[in-house]
Design a protein around this ligand. Sequence first.
Ligand SMILES: Cc1cc2nc3c(=O)[nH]c(=O)nc-3n(C[C@H](O)[C@H](O)[C@H](O)COP(=O)(O)OP(=O)(O)OC[C@H]3O[C@@H](n4cnc5c(N)ncnc54)[C@H](O)[C@@H]3O)c2cc1C
Length: 332
Amino acid sequence: MKIIVLGAGINGITCTLKIKEKYPNYDVTLIGAQFSPKTTGDGSGGLWYPYLCGTTPEYLIRKWGLETYELLLKLWREGGYGISLQPIYVMYRKEPKPAPEWTKKVFGYTEFDRRQLDYFNNLFCVNYVAGNTFNTFVVNPSTLINRFEQQLDDLKVKRVQGSVKSLRNPFLSNYDVVVNCTGLGAREIVPDDRVIPIRGQILKVDAPWVFHTIQDINTGHYIIPNDTFCVMGGTGQTNNFSTAVDDKDTDFIVKGCYTMIPTLKSAKTLSYFVGLRPGRDEIRIEAEKINGKTYIHNYGHGGSGFTLFWGCGNTVLQLLEKYTMINKTSKL
Ligand SMILES: Cc1cc2nc3c(=O)[nH]c(=O)nc-3n(C[C@H](O)[C@H](O)[C@H](O)COP(=O)(O)OP(=O)(O)OC[C@H]3O[C@@H](n4cnc5c(N)ncnc54)[C@H](O)[C@@H]3O)c2cc1C
């Protein structure tokens, strides 16, 4: 079986790893226009929290999210993957929707009562009307991606840097299965105009005294510390293709984050990052057969690539097994 995985971000790397680990005899190639540290995920916050994934059904977010949460727990216990376990505070200035089902499964999910809200409101000089906390994982994205890449090298997977213009590219005819994990690139190569950029700008600062994540859902500000630096964010601008740092966005980010943790004013800025989240009204994980070739799509993860990658990879593996079985029985 010859399989090519398109896209070397967290989703492409994960799918390649899962396929090759389960089927070591398959000939698996990974091709990506960009590899770490230049993928969108490398610059992300690395936080486990379902965010900006359109109207993807809640049962799928729960399934993919919790499978990923379990994996992160396992890797956190093993150590060496750049994963931290920490509390998150999620704050609302307007009444939130009812809590999603996944909140029943994460560690210590608790909604704040009046006294706890008063505490935060006095601390931040704001007027939060609701909030919750639980324990979540924050990944240092490049560390995790690089560990997975190392595992691919150990399994002797071919990794090729290159760009594919279309899924009908004749070069792909050499493969039985094409796994499409091209993120925003799916807009062009499928083509799928339901895929749109959601522009995110962040700052990385040196603030080793911050040990928890905090997110203001209504303004979009967040502070996410990982094992080496602290992310201050952010923006979520739909259909904005600009990858240039915007000073107005920087002002917006620092003002909002300083309100939440004033001591960040003394944190040294390490770098700025702008990335285009691969937004879609619904994450697409789907297989199709065209002219006898199997295509498995896995893209459109919006702001949740590091929240869902492992669960999505499980579904891709199941689709691969289902569709290649059909292949065998139909003797194509
Ligand atoms: C500022 C910011 C903060 C974020 N914070 C978080 C967070 O805290 N938690 C979270 O879960 N998510 C977060 N995200 C979202 C997360 O980064 C994405 O969901 C994730 O990167 C999607 O992974 P992917 O592998 O699908 O796509 P990508 O990481 O974009 O990788 C796509 C791959 O496909 C390749 N490719 C594209 N087109 C082609 C082509 N034509 N031919 C060959 N290769 C191609 C690319 O080069 C790349 O290798 C954030 C994003 C941003 C921008």
